[in-house]
Design a protein. Structure first.
Lengths: 191, 230
């Protein structure tokens, strides 16, 4: 006589499948989280490149578009020939860091609180004297014809940027400044 | 007579072990891809080109671009100042206050700012008439400027740039720490059009007041520290 089979004998158990699906879902969430984090810029290296000038106002051409283009190209070529090597420094409000050697000098004193410019520059000079960063700046000042300073500045260093910049100019160094994001942790320079 | 089928070794008819092996392999491969992607993206660099410092532009007019709060706004005091002081030369001294009140009743505005003329009688009596005048700049509410997403083709900033000529104007960007991305984008747009640019850390608190004696080009992004030289 026929009888019904027991459930546990012929049914298909879906528990293993469910486990696999849960694992797969977890992995996909992990992938999404990772990609989102990376895209937000965390831990992304930044390469800072010295730009090439297109033209100066002193060489600002007047004429037809064709002649403007030609004159601008000549100006670029002339500037390229006279191109100087940059000394890359970073200022974050507390220390001066040199790239790519990563030598640094910590400025302990609050530069804004110093009363006069001479005393401000003297304080910076004292902090830098005898250090590799100080020697590199001194070398750039001596070799002004072929070197200049690019001062990368983080927002935390904005307040005291005039003090640092005027100190470098006081030494006779040509200075170009560029703001860089506070969150950039790995900065590389080119040039 | 019905005979119950014999079970094969006690296992179910549909065995999922093979499928599980395959999926486990796939998960392993995916994990490998994730790790590889993280390492690859973590070491990917994007370049920030900085302009070579050149001599300060001469014989051209400076226009300030305020990059703060993640937005970009052009602060050009040229036309508003002209509108405010045009009639001043023909106004008798005793009617100066009336004139100032009159021009401030409908002050000139641009896309983002309102400009008013201020007159300090006390200083004017001591130091002469010209020294008493200043311009007060206030932000227009509801006009925050262009953010990074808005700085695409045909943005307000680009439309404003079209009003200037590279030989006659250069742009000084006043930048705060929150607005570096929008500053770089705006500077790139200006330089693509041939304008010379500079930047400086921004420290402007609106309303901004600047004396007409100190500068006719409007406020600087930040005043230099007032340290004397011995």
């Amino acid at each position: 006589m026929a009888h019904l089979e027991e459930d546990d004998e012929e049914g298909i158990s879906l528990f293993p499948m469910f486990n696999i699906l849960a694992c797969t879902l977890g992995v996909m969430v992990f992938i999404l989280a990772t990609v989102a984090t990376v895209n937000l810029g965390a831990d992304k290296a930044v390469e800072v490149v010295e730009g090439v000038p297109t033209e100066t106002l002193e060489t600002e051409p007047v004429g037809t578009p064709d002649s403007i283009e030609g004159t601008a190209q000549e100006a670029v070529a002339a500037l390229e020939r006279e191109r100087r090597r940059p000394l890359w420094l970073e200022w974050d409000g507390r220390r001066i860091l040199r790239y790519p050697t990563l030598d640094s000098v910590v400025i302990e004193q609050d530069l804004r609180s110093i009363a006069t410019w001479e005393e401000t520059w003297a304080a910076l000079s004292d902090a830098l004297s005898g250090t590799r960063v100080g020697n590199a700046i001194a070398q750039a000042a001596l070799d002004n014809e072929s070197q200049y300073v690019i001062l990368l500045t983080r927002p935390s260093g904005f307040d005291e940027l005039p003090e640092v910049r005027t100190y470098l100019e006081y030494l006779g160094v040509d200075v170009g400044t560029e703001p860089i994001d506070q969150r950039w942790q790995r900065v590389r320079v080119d040039g | 007579m019905y005979r119950k089928p014999r079970r094969n070794g006690g296992s179910s008819i549909l065995n999922l072990d093979s499928l599980m092996d395959i999926l486990s392999c796939l998960v392993g491969v995916m994990l490998f891809l994730v790790i590889y992607t993280v390492l690859e993206l973590g070491s990917t660099s994007y370049q920030v080109s900085i302009p070579v410092p050149l001599d300060r532009p001469v014989e051209s007019r400076r226009v300030l671009v305020v990059a703060n709060g993640g937005t970009l706004r052009v602060l050009d005091t040229g036309r508003p100042v002209r509108d405010l002081v045009t009639g001043l030369d023909v106004v008798p001294f005793e009617e100066t206050v009336t004139y100032v009140r009159q021009v401030n009743s409908s002050p000139p505005t641009d896309a983002h700012f309102r400009y008013e003329l201020a007159y300090d009688e006390e200083i004017g009596l001591l130091a002469g008439r010209d020294s008493a005048f200043s311009i007060v700049i206030e932000e227009l509410s509801g006009e925050p400027g262009d953010d990074l997403a808005a700085l695409v083709a045909d943005s307000d900033f680009e439309r404003i740039l079209e009003q200037y000529r590279p030989g006659e104007t250069w742009f000084e960007f006043g930048v705060d720490g929150e607005s570096l991305d929008v500053f770089r984008r705006g500077r790139s747009l200006a330089e693509d059009r041939g304008f010379a640019t500079r930047w400086g850390p921004l420290a402007l608190d609106f309303p901004v007041r600047f004396s007409l004696n100190d500068s006719t080009e409007g406020p600087a992004p930040r005043d230099l520290p007032s340290k004397p030289r011995r």
